[in-house]
Design a protein around this ligand. Structure first.
Ligand code: FUB
Length: 332
């Protein structure tokens, strides 16, 4: 990792470009690849709105080992290449199956509705060739892939507010639903959704279904439970027989987790992974690299501006009972 402001324990992985929403993957060659949003400057009147996240392309980062030099690869996919996409290339993820790398990304279509796209390459760093249409039945933002031990892949997705998940109450788009989440505070919170991927990895094998997140009494987390309810950025991984659903709580700025016995859930809330970082958004991935677990996340250390972020990584510790030690980004 690079030298930088000593107030922060983890330092930005690169200062060549602004990056956010890091999905870190280790493929067969053992190298670490980070599929991230590529933040861009926007006119000042857009600051502090969802339109400030007006990203146009993706550039993969890679490194041989934690702490090693970081390579910023050439643009891997541009919005101009995607026939159905108009703007806002948000948080991506990637998968590998049968010799092909898959890049999954949200973007707004011609009607300003977020969909999830897929693009393929024979190289982990691209360039990626997009499909002509978004994944059928896809919506909202923040795709995250789980490859289970049996080789099946699952896509989790969703984000409320600017991510539009609240506009899909029954699997169809309702433009009359407001951008803030209108769910009454005493009602169950909106949850991420999941589907198993078809063998070609370009379609869902089944309809998207909600992922239940329960409290310690077995009841769904409520919409008013702002410190714990799902906002965006679902990332699921498996450790032993336990599935960890991790996500951002949005306006309370926590990364939190819940555990379950199945990729479909239900998941039970367990606690916090990361206290708030500098900047409004908080979005992450969690990956095991040579026996050590790492949290990849972003903050705004380099710019001080919420829409110009920089990715970081820091070690993550599991206790013997499988719970996660909470990280304070300024001191741990
Ligand atoms: O980067 C754009 C959006 O900000 C992501 O899709 C969200 O998760 C948040 O990090």
């Amino acid at each position: 990792m690079q030298e930088g402001d000593p107030r922060y324990i983890a330092q930005p992985l690169t200062d060549e470009i602004y990056t956010a929403d890091p999905s870190a993957r280790v493929w067969n060659d053992g190298r670490i690849y980070i599929y991230a949003s590529h933040d861009e400057e926007v006119p000042e009147e857009l600051y502090n709105s969802a339109d400030a996240f007006d990203m146009r392309d993706y550039q993969v980062l890679s490194m041989e080992r934690p702490g090693g030099p970081v390579t910023v690869h050439p643009p891997a996919l541009d919005v101009e290449q995607v026939p159905w996409a108009k703007r806002q290339m948000w948080a991506p993820d990637a998968a590998y199956r049968n010799g092909t790398y898959f890049l999954y990304f949200p973007a707004k279509d011609a009607n300003d509705i977020f969909r999830i796209g897929a693009a393929t390459s024979k190289s982990p760093t691209g360039p990626f060739t997009p499909q002509a249409e978004p994944i059928e039945g896809s919506y909202s933002i923040d795709p995250g892939i789980l490859r289970d031990n049996d080789g099946e892949h699952y896509m989790y997705l969703g984000g409320i507010w600017g991510g539009q998940l609240q506009r899909w109450p029954n699997g169809s788009y309702d433009a009359s639903v407001t951008e803030d989440d209108p769910t009454p505070p005493g009602e169950p919170a909106i949850t991420p959704v999941v589907a198993r991927m078809a063998p070609d990895m370009l379609e869902f094998a089944e309809p998207l279904r909600p992922v239940q997140i329960l409290d310690e009494h077995g009841d769904p987390l409520l919409a008013g439970d702002l410190d714990r309810r799902f906002f965006e950025g679902a990332w699921v991984f498996r450790r032993g027989d336990t599935y960890y659903l991790t996500y951002s709580t949005g306006e309370t700025h926590y990364l939190v987790y819940a555990t379950g016995d199945s990729p479909y859930g239900p998941f039970t809330y367990r606690g916090r992974i990361l206290e708030p970082v500098e900047g409004w958004t908080t979005h992450h991935s969690i990956t095991e690299i040579d026996g050590q677990w790492w949290l990849f996340y972003h903050d705004t250390q380099r710019s001080g501006l919420t829409h110009l972020r920089n990715v970081k990584m820091t070690p993550l510790t599991f206790r013997a009972d499988g719970t996660i030690e909470t990280i304070n980004p300024m001191t741990d």
